[in-house]
Design a protein around this ligand. Sequence first.
Ligand code: ADP
Length: 639
Amino acid sequence: MMHGLRRIVSTEDEKPNLTWPLVKRVLGYAKPYRLQLVSMLGLIFTGSGLHLINPLIFREMIDKTIPAGDVKRLIFLACALLLVALFDGVVSVLQRRLSAIVGEGVIRDLRLELYGHLQRMSLRFFTNTKTGELMSRLNNDVVGAQNAVTNTMVQMVSYFVQAVAMLGIMLALEWRLTLVSLVVLPLFLIVVKKLSKQLRAIVRRQLEANASMNAMMSETLNIGGALLVKLFGRQMVETDRFGKRANQVKDQGVLRAQTGSIFMAISMVLAAVGTALVYGLGGYFVIRGEFSIGTIVAFTSYLVSLYGSIQMLSNAPVDFMSSLVSFERVFEVIDLPPEIEEKPDAVVLKDVKGELRFENVTFTYQIGDEHLLSDVHRYGSMESVSTVLSEGEREAAEEERISQARGNALENVSFCVEPGKLVALVGPSGAGKTTLTYLIPRLYDPTEGSIYIDGVNLRDVKLESLSSQIGMVTQETYLFHDTIRTNLLYSRLDATQEEIEDACRAANIHDFIRELPEGYDTVVGERGYRLSGGEKQRISLARVILKDPRILVLDEATSSLDSESEALIQEALKRVMHHRTSIVIAHRLSTILAADTILVIDRGKIIESGTHPELLEMNGVYANLYHTQFRKREQTDRR
Ligand code: ADP
């Protein structure tokens, strides 16, 4: 599949891809700003008109007023020059303001759409996508994209209007000279065509290199990554790796600047050729007495403006193309279909009793790239991403993909939990316990088979109502960098202080929080107050208690805590599980003993199930696990 993709991509490689649907889609982002855009057009026409006046005033001064010695008229004309400049200033300020309103608006719209879409993406997407890459699209690309709508589209219109106006007035002044001055035009167009194609490829590579650099920054500069780098003394290696990426960004940046300046230089030479021709020929005509000096002065000042407009006009498609690249990169993300989708006729899960049933559930972690970012590089080149990666890194990535291509993580799993009962999942590591729990809140959908809550298939349920019924406590508790109160409120925004405190009491954490320097207003999370593992767990229990779900999914901590913490957690857990259907990945003997059913899972299958005495009786895998693991752990915990 990968190979097929590469092939398709490389044949499309950097073809100018200015398709109508793409342009239409881009224009769609300008639509809400119609009014501003129309006003902007009005200002552009006004501005262009103003630019036509000055040369005519010059001609009048040189040919008539000065020779006639008419001082009064001279002063009047000089004042007119000043007025034109003032008016022009006002017009351009207004135009900039409108342009900023539209530009920033488009950035906001695009960002919001992108962020909203990312929120609907599956867990698999986030497991497989680098945060930095996403940041890059939300920042650099979005900003690059708005450029297409405001700067370049507006510029194109404004320079076009100006060029046409200049040409018209030049033809009226002296048509022969005008034709001479246009000799260089075809050359302009050839240069533009050649360079714009190159520039588009460079811009795409630059954005990709940027994204790759950002991805690396976010991977190595967070706490986990930084710790790993330090522990293994890999600062130099990482700096080297970063250097490579930074170099890529630099190289493409230099190339971009260079290509841009070559274009500028060539067009300036071409303009000089035109100007030389006009002055030469025009001067000759003046000597022969065919035109006045004023006409030549006016004509050449129009000519300079005309060339300026044409230069900008020819540059605009280049800029527009670069901005389109950014649009494409944003669209690539927006077009990724969310894997877990709500059916249009999904039902709201309410008054849930809490019966949970797995029916022949098989689940495989997908190895394919669909629904992932790398898969949809359809607009441009994927090869250029890999040029940023070294040979070794590419091999490692390939190996990672292959290692994920193992069999089913869950195979034909069926079981049923009655409302309010406790099920303990036990089994060796890698057996599929976590995977099983992830299917309950629909972080993933079963590959085959179905899961039912109170007899309703999870696939037919509104996602929000499902999540409101399920409380999940994972091993690693994630807390936002915010106050404890805000973190707790995350599960129920309208909880009162009293309810919060009740939940914390039930989770045995209230007294601890009260003794913190700022109580419930203490800031926690990555860069905040460092809570111990046990404290974090109890906060996450309090969060779940506040949510009050019918079904509780819990991954018990494997690390042993000190016995006091342990006792506090066990006690809290008992309260949380009471009257709730609970699925627990159990590591504590007490939990297993309290379970109504124990499911023993190995290699994705339920191999034994029953209560503790029943399973011991069987003298199978569970009995073995019990003797080798649980009993021992309990003894160490007691000590
Ligand atoms: P347990 O919780 O019992 O230790 P898991 O459910 O975490 O086991 O894992 C079951 C199997 O699925 C393991 O072989 C693991 O390597 C694999 N696995 C887990 N998560 C992913 C993932 N995101 N992508 C691919 N394979 C995964």
